[in-house]
Design a protein around this ligand. Structure first.
Ligand code: FES
Length: 154
């Protein structure tokens, strides 16, 4: 995390004095973008940088599900399995990907390329079923679309 401190210092300038703890969220996002996940050492160093107790950083991490605490695959496939997606075949598309990749939600392929997750509503119910691949949305999924998508993930 230390190499990100100059960026965090610039961020700090945009926050009023006394609101340093509000920096935790953008700093954690940047750490995850840089490393792929938030390590224990990042929590310790960020707590020192912000001058807050470590538990405050851990609370933020446990509240926001988009933060990861361990390494994941290069491609993170997050399938929504909430009501609209479920009613439009989410289980079917997920099962298809499970078969193709040979992993279940919560697992990463042995080559480290793909991590599969199920998540709650991603706010795209009108285009269900849908999933995210890293930061991108993929909507109105069909098995053929999934096959094409997986083919393009190098
Ligand atoms: S239920 Fe899947 S995006 Fe809302």
């Amino acid at each position: 995390m230390k190499h990100l401190v100059p960026e965090f210092e610039k961020l700090r300038e945009r926050f009023p004095a006394g609101f340093e703890s509000s920096l935790a969220l953008p700093c954690l996002r940047r750490i995850q973008e840089d490393r792929g996940y938030v390590a224990d050492s990042d929590i310790e160093e960020l707590a020192v940088f912000l001058g807050v107790p470590q538990i405050q950083i851990e609370e933020v991490l446990s509240f926001y599900t988009q933060f990861r605490r361990k390494p994941i695959g290069r491609w993170h496939l997050q399938f929504c399995h909430n009501v609209s997606c479920s009613m439009n075949g989410a289980e079917n598309v997920l099962a298809h990907v499970e078969r193709r990749l040979g992993i279940k939600p919560g697992q990463t392929t042995p080559d480290g390329r793909y991590t599969l997750s199920t998540v709650e509503c991603l706010g795209s119910c009108g285009t269900a079923p849908m999933m995210m691949v890293n930061d991108g949305y993929h909507e109105n999924l069909t098995l053929a679309k999934l096959d094409e998508l997986l083919q393009g993930l190098k």
